[in-house]
Design a protein around this ligand. Structure first.
Ligand code: CDT
Length: 314
């Protein structure tokens, strides 16, 4: 953060594929290399993907015990991830990192942490909107077992005042839900960071592949604009052992415009010097929440989960 200015050096570190055979040590070395590049390009904060340390394992059918033994972290940092924390502290760069968390009580979550420039974990978010299924689908080309391997996050969407910025966190599927963004915006978030693993193929219906990228971008652009926030989204992408996931990592301004976008499906750093003041105009005018919002007319949003009957009218 430049003194006296409302700017943050924002980097998204997109990751290419992580294969089943790749070790945590090799993955962390890739993260460290991107952290260094981001720092050299002026970053204060680097956003890494969801489940960044392993392949996107919910695509494989296995027991919970096997998944937890192979793909979850019982401590953070642990010896394999420590080099990332050490380098972040040395460079004075903060980061967001997604990983599979196993709590001391044995509860599994799809988790993201926010780490400040002193390499302290200052925030933790556990994914709320878990997509996919919990049963075995042998006819599907692959599984999407987030509902089997993870519990729903145990806390609401949070915002952390750190690194001179109010930062909200979410993960992948959360970005598609307007409630995610509004709950953070109502806590005065200025920046929302997220990682994602979005398979190119939808196993539930024959969705045209181009729609995956289209929906990814429209949700980020519309949500950034409607909530007056910067949004920084990091993909893990390309073909992991033959299973392709979309790239398209982006930094979106509160105008809804894309300020930077990855052009590969590999490890790639994108950066923006983000003017946090840009959102103020929108917060003061079209989205002056305190003046224009009418929560008394939005009650169904918290009263109903799915669609029901129309409300009675006079
Ligand atoms: N990781 C993750 O949340 N992926 C989902 C896939 C949705 S299709 C079941 C996403 O929203 O991108």
């Amino acid at each position: 953060m430049t003194k006296g200015q409302r700017k943050i050096g924002l980097a998204v570190a997109q990751m290419g594929p992580v294969h089943l055979a790749d070790t945590r040590r090799a993955v962390v070395a890739r993260l460290v290399e991107m952290l260094r590049e981001a720092h050299a390009r002026g970053a204060d904060l680097v956003v890494f993907p969801e489940l960044a340390l392993t392949t996107f394992f919910p695509r494989y059918w296995m027991s919970d015990e096997e998944a937890q033994a192979r793909f979850f972290e019982a401590q953070m940092p642990n010896a394999e991830v420590q080099p990332l924390f050490d380098e972040a502290r040395r460079l004075g760069v903060g980061f967001y990192l997604g990983y599979a968390e196993l709590t001391p009580e044995g509860v599994p979550y799809n988790t993201a942490i926010l780490v400040d420039r002193g390499a302290r974990i200052v925030g933790k978010y556990r994914k709320v909107h878990l997509p996919g299924h919990d049963d075995h689908k042998p006819q599907a080309p692959f599984q999407h077992l987030e509902k089997k391997f993870f519990q729903v996050g145990d806390q609401p969407f949070g915002v952390w005042d750190t690194m001179g910025t109010k930062i909200g966190m979410c993960l992948c599927n959360d970005r598609r839900w307007p409630e995610t963004w509004r709950v953070m915006s109502l806590q005065s978030a200025e920046l929302v960071v997220l990682g994602y693993n979005t398979p190119s193929v939808n196993i539930h219906w024959p969705e045209p592949v181009h729609l995956r990228m289209h929906h990814h971008l429209i949700t980020l652009q519309a949500s950034a604009y409607q909530n007056c926030v910067w949004a920084a989204a990091a993909a893990k992408c390309g073909a992991e052992d033959g299973h392709h996931m979309i790239g398209g990592s982006v930094i979106v301004a509160p105008t809804g415009e894309i300020a930077a976008q990855a052009s590969t499906e590999d490890d790639e750093v994108i950066t923006v010097s983000a003017d946090l003041g840009l959102a103020e105009t929108f917060r003061r005018h079209v989205f002056d929440f305190a003046r224009h919002r009418r929560p008394e007319h939005y009650r169904l949003i918290v009263e109903r989960t799915g669609p029901g009957e129309p409300l009675p009218r006079d």
